[in-house]
Design a protein around this ligand. Structure first.
Ligand SMILES: [Zn+2]
Ligand SMILES: [Zn+2]
Length: 544
């Protein structure tokens, strides 16, 4: 068990996915049994999503990280494959926002068997899967092989596993009971039918397994906050009919065997020994004779320190992300760390960009890093967050700079002129510059804190009160700027010189500049801002 911990450790400078890939390939023994593991011909990574909930960017973490491990495996020279499984046998647990209330009657039914509330697809599941893939394909740079659990059951893909699990029902129970306060009793079954009468999968309660048939009665089933009403039907079902499903603490193990899974992501809550992951791992090895996959335990995404939820109104959808950042930035964000808490906040987006740009410069070699191990680590992080053939040159124009320019100028030409003047224009990256400007403007309009919002004044704000020293400082700034061409650093130093000469605190000088130019007490770095603004800043300051 500890071997897995090590593989997930971030102490090592080797990039986590490479380390994990290494440990997946070099594994040679079962975890619970003294048994040799045969090297698979192909290393299969599984990623999945439940279709019954909200698809927010947190859901993408499993797939993005799984995809990164898949690429790391391939980079080690082995054959690898990644599959995506729709957990669409899951029952509908509650009515999501925007779904009519009368859908309450479908609570407890598999999402594949419920109509599409929007009416544009065959089923509820089909609608959500289509929507999911529309965004997912932006974040994963390959076409994922997709499977549906509902279809797999109907095809009989799980019959072999259902047979083994039913035959060894006692052992499956024993493994589970070690972690239960309420032990499962004889007569329990790892397979549960869909009620023949009402079509629900959550409500049938198995009473007996006899002569190859599962006997059940359809009873009310309570989810966390909702209830699926049972129809009281007494029925019997054939476990090989395809019309039912395995319990989660058996099903996961069956999936691993079904697709020969070597590794799969799971939230960090699955690390504890009594979690469904380890129970399935033991069932996989002892009952199904299949070696447990290497887990990719990861930390969940938090938004401003709290979980994303529709009721808190802090859900970020993939399409929201794409309005303000390229998919690579989210891949970078997720790939950066596996286990440290990943917190995101709209207000921190400029920092993420800065971090990303820094990594881009290191990758391109335009910024040096002396520590060789750290350098290799960052290069791996960067390249694995991009399509292999699409790692572009780093942009000179930072996101914060784009935020500023997109608010100050209306016309593209003005922006380009400003960028040329400040030495941030890269003609070969014109399209990328435009893209970043548009995203910056969207961010500032919809997500930015006030300090990023600016409005350049056309005349001196009315209620402004400046001291004589402040006025004199502004006059000297105008004079200096007119005299020669400045770069940001030397102009910034010049401001300090002027303040020193006038025997005033530099803060007073800056405040005066912001008051006149922006009618605010603070703003972006004054030298940077004035240079970006060009003549316009002088025209206003001259009026003081
Ligand atoms: Zn639809
Ligand atoms: Zn029923």
């Amino acid at each position: 068990m500890m071997a897995d911990k090590e593989a997930n450790s971030e102490e090592d400078e080797v990039f986590w996915a490479d380390r994990l890939a290494e440990s997946i390939i070099s594994r040679n023994k079962f975890h619970y049994l003294d048994k040799k593991v045969e090297q698979p011909k192909e290393f299969v990574v599984k990623t999945s999503a439940s279709i019954s909930g909200v698809l927010h960017i947190g859901r993408l973490s499993d797939t993005i990280r799984g995809f990164t491990v898949y690429r790391a495996l391939k980079d080690q020279g082995v054959k690898a494959r990644i599959i995506w499984v729709a957990e669409d046998m899951d029952p509908l647990r509650k009515i999501p926002e925007g779904v009519p209330k009368e859908f309450e009657k479908y609570l407890g039914m598999p999402v594949t068997d419920i109509p599409d509330p929007k009416g544009c697809h065959q089923t509820y599941a089909a609608h959500h899967i289509a929507e999911y893939f529309q965004s997912l394909d932006n974040f994963v740079f390959t076409k994922l092989e997709k499977f549906s659990m509902r279809e797999e059951y109907l095809k009989g893909s799980f019959n072999q596993m259902i047979k083994a699990l039913l035959e060894n029902e006692e052992q499956v129970r024993e493994i589970q009971n070690r972690y239960r306060t309420n032990p499962l009793k004889k007569g329990w079954s790892p397979w549960s039918p869909i009620c023949e009468k009402c079509g629900k999968v959550a409500t049938p309660k198995v009473t007996e397994f006899k002569d190859g048939k599962i006997h059940y009665v359809c009873k009310d089933y309570y989810f966390e906050t909702t209830m699926a009403a049972g129809c009281n039907f007494h029925g019997e079902a054939d476990p090989f009919s395809g019309n039912g499903k395995l319990m989660w603490k058996s099903e996961w193990a069956a999936q691993w065997l079904r697709w020969n899974i070597c590794t799969e992501g799971a939230g960090k809550e699955y690390q504890v020994p009594n979690s469904a992951f380890w129970i399935n791992a033991e069932i996989a090895e002892k009952v199904l004779s299949y070696p447990m996959p290497q887990p990719i335990f990861y930390e969940h995404l938090m938004i401003d320190g709290v979980k994303m939820s529709a009721s808190l109104g802090n859900v970020i959808y993939p399409k929201d992300w794409l309005e303000v950042a390229r998919p690579e930035l989210l891949c970078y964000f997720y790939n950066k760390r596996l286990m440290k808490t990943r917190n995101f906040s709209w207000k921190d987006l400029p920092n993420l960009y800065e971090d990303y740009d820094h990594c881009a410069r290191i990758y391109a070699g335009s910024e040096k890093l002396d520590n060789e191990k750290e350098l290799q680590h960052m290069k791996r992080l960067f390249v694995l967050s991009h399509k292999q053939d699409e790692v572009s040159e780093p942009l000179e124009m930072s996101f914060s700079h784009a935020v500023l320019l997109s608010q100050v100028f209306q016309e593209e030409q003005e922006i380009i002129a400003s960028l040329k003047k400040t030495g941030h224009y890269q003609p070969e990256l014109h399209a990328e510059i435009k893209d970043r400007l548009a995203k910056a403007l969207f961010w500032v309009k919809h997500h930015a804190p006030d300090e990023y919002k600016i409005e350049v004044q056309h005349s001196i704000p009315k209620d402004i009160v400046l001291s004589d020293k402040q006025k004199e400082a502004l006059r000297q700034i105008v004079k200096a700027v007119k005299e020669k061409e400045w770069d940001e650093k030397s102009l910034h130093n010049e401001f300090y010189e002027i303040a020193k000469k006038l025997d005033m605190p530099p803060a007073e000088l800056f405040k005066a500049g912001y008051r006149v130019l922006l009618n605010k007490e603070r703003g972006p770095k004054l030298a940077h801002f004035m240079l970006a603004l060009g003549d316009r800043s002088i025209k206003i300051l001259e009026k003081v």
